[in-house]
Each structure stands twice: as structure tokens, then as C-alpha cells.
Design a protein around this ligand. Structure first.
Ligand SMILES: CC(=O)N[C@@H](CCC[C@H](N)C(=O)O)C(=O)O
Length: 374
């Protein structure tokens, strides 16, 4: 599987943000076109790709989805194959996801099964979300899979393990952008201004009271403000501040409740600081809900494989727009152990590449089991 490690490293060097995956798409297409073409049909959609592997006696289409985009992070791994794109990094494992998909595609282009396979290379998972529009595209409607699966790397689990559960696996998400506009001025005359840095700091603290005091302690929700910006220079009181964050909940109902409370607190800030505020929820992802029957069958199947250990995990507050595909198509997502002391979205994330072979070997067996009748 050395060729897949090379592919992963090549892709790792060229991370691109959502819907800008031009080099990534070109790299993938070059590789896909180098495979035996007899059984392949290829379509592109924006910066994404669909590849259908025609089965020998198809009665259904089995989908396999990988995401493609990177994150706006400056890599700090010091690896010889680190990102060559400034302030961009594959810090969520999509480089591994793509190489695993290419490993499976390579195998099945030469060893077709009875059923058709559809490989979905999806852009913009980290944002603004490629799964929903891709699902609604004519290209995908024409090749709509009967079931679909995907994986996500998990730094906290060792290589050789997968983690999964039936039902809810990942949370509902909504991005959160709040702009505050007041009256700036001289640092020595605060009484003549409405300081938006103070307003922003107050709001960040207040937002956490929603989790502590408005959500049932037996439910779970997260509000993370990942970025604050505002002001111009150290001795001018800021007239503008912006909070950028994300909301995570285990139900749609809790999402509505959190948003309702955010709106109330933001109104309070407007009154209290005599400023204007706007809230933008950006993009939202539907929860990842694993089909019970298919997940159970996959877990039973995987437990029989000698080289894979199956862990039944809890749900996580991560988000994934693959949730939109699972809303319409039966299927599941699972975690693939890649052991790294640094987690997802960390500048030092360094997944163990041996997990690529583990995933390709097990999924070759699983897809053959699902797609062959004898
Ligand atoms: C697996 C993973 O890390 N996914 C991302 C999805 C981000 C969704 C959106 N941009 C948001 O921030 O709400 C995650 O952060 O969980």
C-alpha cells in the first residue's frame, strides 16, 4: 500500500478550502484516469467528483463518500511532506479519507463486484457544506445510491480499531457570527464611547450561561467562540467587534432553544451597551444518524475480521455534512483509529498512516460482502 501513502502525502501538501479544491480535484482526476477505464464512468460537480464502478450484475448502487477540503491552519508538524500552502492544512484527515477512497476505487476498478459502486469525492465539508448541494445535484440524482457509507479518522483510538454506534453519531451544528457596532473613540475618554471590545467580552461569557443554565444537564450542547476580532490599535476604543463560533446540539429542538437564548442575550447587549448587533448563523449541518440495521450488520461483520477491533462509542459533538446524505440514504459513518497525540483541527495532528491499509482491507471485504450475491 506504499502507493496510497504517497498519494496521501501528495494530497497533504496541497490542502485547499471548501469549493477551492482545484488542485486536489485535478490530482484525483489524474489518478482516477490512470486506472483501467472499462468499468468506470466519471462526472465532476463543482470541485467534487463522482466515479461509478459498473458492477457485473447490478441490482443496487452502493455509495462511498470522502471529503476533500482542508482547514485555514498553519501546519506545525515539521513533516517533510507538510503543507506547501500558506495557512492551509489537512488537519481533519481528509487527505487520508481521499487516499482510502482511491485505494478502494483502485481495487474495485480491477475486481468489480455484482453491484455498482459510487465513489463520491465531496468538497467543502469544513464549510460551507458540499454534501447537501451535491446530494441535490442532477449528477448525483442520476446515480442515487441505495446505501452509502463514510469514515472519519479518530486520533484518540489506536490503529486497528474502528468506533461506531447505531443511531446518533455526530451533533447538529450551526455556525455563529455576531457583529457588534458601537461608538469608538480616544482610549482616555471611555465615557464618550460604547466600547465593543468590552461588549464582545461580556457576550462571550454570557453565551456560556446558555449551556450552564438553559440546557438540561442531561442533554448536551456546546457553544464555542473560536475567533474574536475588533478594534484598530491599542489606544483607540473599538467601534466594531466580531465573534465567530459554532453551536453543537444533540437535537434540533435544543438547537432552536440555544439560538433563541443567543438572540435574547444579544438584544441585552444592544440595550446595555447602546450598540447595534447582527447575528448570522452561516451554514448548518444535519446530525449524523446511523441507520440501525446497516450499522449493526457492519459491526457484526467487522467483529469477525481478525485485524480489526470494534469499539462501541458514544456520540460526539463533532459535525459532518455527511449527515445530509444519511438523512436521505440509509447508511452509516464510523471512526477510524489513527492514533495521534494531537487531535482533529490541531496544527500538529499527525495521523498514523498504517490506518490507511487497515481501512482499505476491511472495506474491500465489507463492500464485496454487501455487493456480491454469491
Ligand atoms: C469532523 C469535523 O471536525 N467537522 C467539522 C464541521 C464544521 C461545521 C461548521 N463549519 C461549523 O463549524 O459549525 C467540525 O467542526 O465538527
Amino acid at each position: 500500500m506504499d502507493y496510497l501513502i504517497k498519494i496521501r502525502r501528495d494530497l497533504h501538501q496541497i490542502p485547499e478550502l471548501g469549493f477551492q479544491e482545484f488542485k486536489t480535484q485535478a490530482y484525483l482526476l489524474d489518478y482516477i484516469r490512470s486506472l483501467p477505464q472499462e468499468r468506470l464512468s466519471i462526472k465532476t460537480w463543482k470541485t467534487g467528483i463522482f466515479v461509478k464502478v459498473h458492477g457485473m450484475n447490478p441490482s443496487k448502487i452502493i455509495g462511498y463518500r470522502t471529503d476533500m477540503d482542508g482547514l485555514p491552519i498553519t501546519e506545525e508538524t515539521g513533516l517533510p511532506f507538510a503543507s506547501v500552502h500558506q495557512e492551509r492544512m489537512h488537519a481533519c484527515g481528509h487527505d487520508l479519507h481521499m487516499s482510502i477512497a482511491l485505494g478502494l476505487l483502485t481495487h474495485f476498478s480491477q475486481n468489480p463486484i455484482d453491484d455498482d459502486l459510487l465513489f463520491v469525492f465531496q468538497p467543502a465539508e469544513e464549510g460551507p457544506g458540499g454534501a447537501d448541494p451535491m446530494l441535490k445535484s442532477e449528477e448525483m440524482r442520476e446515480w442515487m445510491p441505495d446505501m452509502i457509507i463514510a469514515l472519519h479518522i479518530a486520533p484518540e483510538y489506536p490503529v486497528g480499531t474502528i468506533a461506531i454506534k447505531e443511531g446518533l453519531l455526530f451533533a447538529n451544528t450551526s455556525e455563529l457570527f455576531i457583529d457588534l457596532k458601537g461608538k469608538g473613540g480616544h482610549a482616555a475618554y471611555p465615557h464618550q464611547t460604547n466600547d465593543m471590545v468590552i461588549a464582545a467580552c461580556t457576550l462571550v461569557n454570557q453565551l456560556q450561561t446558555i449551556i450552564a443554565r438553559n440546557i438540561d444537564p442531561l442533554d448536551s450542547a456546546v457553544i464555542t467562540v473560536g475567533k474574536i476580532s475588533g478594534g484598530t490599535v491599542q489606544n483607540i476604543i473599538a467601534e466594531h467587534a466580531r465573534l465567530e463560533g459554532t453551536i453543537r446540539t444533540l437535537s434540533e429542538e435544543s438547537m432552536q432553544k440555544v439560538k433563541h437564548r443567543i438572540e435574547a442575550l444579544v438584544k441585552g447587549i444592544e440595550i446595555g451597551f447602546e450598540c447595534e448587533a447582527t447575528i448570522d448563523y452561516g451554514s448548518m449541518y444535519h446530525q449524523v444518524y446511523n441507520n440501525e440495521e446497516l450499522t449493526k450488520e457492519f459491526m457484526d461483520f467487522s467483529r469477525r475480521l481478525a485485524d480489526v477491533q470494534v469499539i462501541e462509542c458514544k456520540e460526539a459533538m463533532t459535525g459532518e455534512d455527511f449527515g445530509y446524505m444519511l438523512k436521505e440514504i440509509p447508511g452509516f459513518m464510523f471512526w477510524l483509529g489513527v492514533h495521534s497525540p494531537y487531535g482533529l483541527h490541531h496544527a500538529k495532528l499527525n495521523p498514523d498512516e498504517r490506518a490507511i491499509e487497515v481501512a482499505v482491507n476491511m472495506l474491500k471485504k465489507y463492500l464485496s460482502f454487501k455487493g456480491n450475491r454469491s
